[in-house]
Design a protein around this ligand. Structure first.
Ligand code: AMP
Ligand code: MG
Length: 418
């Protein structure tokens, strides 16, 4: 495990601003060191352990971009069409054999290597054959047209993908095109997760009249899985300080991160916070974020700990804006800034200065094709329907105190938060 020291975070006051939390995470957490070589077919979602260097230019040879006729650029008809004898035929996968001579054309197909001397290709749709089998080429084509030069996509020796990159399908394609069969990736980070609360029971078990089925653990597990974590599910723990402390200590021995939900606010029944303090260090436990606020971060026996609030919406939002950065940092992934889409607010809103707020919204298109954000009508942090029936979050910065209809606001899609 990556060992953290108990004082690896600095306590910055009672309510930690979101940006300070992000800076602390980036500067104090370090990536797991171990890496492994895995088959390329399993690489989607994994984090590259080192730069992937192109050992080959792409394309590896200059080739035709179309089905047509290749010729030397200096022979291109300038003002009137010219008929050329067709001196050969090159199909994809063949080597061109002979080079092209002045005054000749060659039949060529998409992806076939350009013959020596040729640098331009006419599309077959733009030419015709005359009675003696010569190809008649019209004037006006630019030299170099319809040719894909060697290395135009990726130059040999270039860093094709940097260390820390999280592989996507198109990145897997690039690695394959470079001839790689394996990639060197960081090992998956090991995350232990549990829910807390006497009122929480697992779906499938008997629910007492004052109990709720555990939804957070399933949501957070799905979010962790999308970030490529190896997950140990520790179930639901009762509100019992000793029990929770024991589980935390056990989990710390074999995991890079312990993620919990519930039990971290100021109430008397907030056993998780107390348990962390009893066997480790709590670095902060309140973040200036809404929904959210009680988000605890700490270190238990060298392992990072993040305690998310129990309310499902608060859990979701703080996972996306606090836990996600910590997870990606531990996993060795480069943190790409989230790309917010500017949209027009279709709502008015009041908020307190000094904290960041996320408003659940649906997008709808307006007359000119732009988008408008419609706020979910209710605000409760326990309303799962408010996440299910919306498209994403409008982010309102610390300084904002009001939003009026028609104002431009920043929209973050749920699909970008994983
Ligand atoms: P807590 O943060 O423990 O005070 O919990 C705040 C609210 O979230 C309470 O209404 C809890 O019942 C609810 N809650 C806590 N944990 C879960 C969970 N795992 N799934 C669904 N709701 C939860
Ligand atoms: Mg609780």
């Amino acid at each position: 495990m990556a060992q953290l020291s108990d004082d690896c975070f600095v306590f910055g006051g009672p309510m930690q601003p979101v940006d300070e939390v992000a800076a602390l995470i980036a500067s104090r957490l370090s990536a797991v060191e171990e890496s492994e070589a895995i088959p390329l077919a399993l690489a989607d979602g994994r984090v590259l352990a080192k730069d992937m260097v192109a050992l080959l230019p792409l394309p590896p040879f200059t080739n035709s971009a179309v089905d047509g006729y290749a010729l030397r650029g200096e022979d291109l008809p300038e003002t009137a069409e010219i008929a050329f004898p067709v001196s050969g035929r090159i199909q994809a996968g063949m080597s061109p054999g002979q080079s092209i001579l002045s005054g000749e054309a060659m039949r060529i197909f998409t992806g076939a290597p350009m013959p020596d001397g040729a640098d331009t290709v006419f599309m077959q749709e733009d030419v015709r054959l005359d009675d003696s089998g010569r190809v008649v080429l019209p004037p006006g084509l630019k030299r170099g047209a319809n040719v894909r030069p060697k290395g135009e996509d990726i130059a040999e020796g270039k860093v094709a993908l940097p260390a820390g990159h999280r592989m996507r399908p198109q990145d897997v394609a690039l690695a394959a095109a470079l001839g790689m069969t394996e990639v060197e990736v960081r090992r998956r980070i090991r995350v232990a997760i549990f829910s807390t609360g006497d009122e929480i029971v697992a779906p499938g078990s008997i629910r007492g009249p004052a109990q709720l089925f555990d939804s957070n653990r399933f949501m957070l597990t799905a979010m962790l899985a999308r970030l490529g974590c190896d997950i140990t599910d520790l179930g639901i723990l009762a509100d019992d300080g000793g029990l929770i402390a024991g589980k935390l200590a056990d989990a710390a021995a074999a995991h890079d991160l312990i993620l919990t939900s519930g039990g971290v606010s100021t109430g008397e029944a907030d056993y998780v916070k107390a348990a962390v303090e009893s066997i480790g260090t709590l670095v902060f436990w309140r973040v200036a974020i809404k929904p959210g606020r009680p988000v605890a971060m700490g270190v238990v026996r060298g392992t990072a700990f993040i305690g998310l609030p129990g309310n499902p919406v608060a859990s979701f939002v703080t996972f996306a804006h606090v836990a996600r950065a910590a997870i990606l940092t531990l996993a060795g992934a480069r943190l790409e800034p989230l790309i917010a889409r500017p949209v027009r607010a279709a709502f008015s809103y009041r908020k307190k200065e000094g904290r960041r707020e996320y408003v659940r919204v649906s997008l709808r298109t307006v007359g000119d094709g732009s988008y408008e954000a419609v706020k979910f009508p209710r605000e409760g942090a326990g309303l799962l329907s408010s996440l299910v029936e919306t498209d994403g979050l409008v982010e309102l910065g610390e300084k904002v105190t009001r939003v009026e209809p028609g104002e431009t606001v920043r929209f973050l899609s749920y699909s970008d938060l994983n």
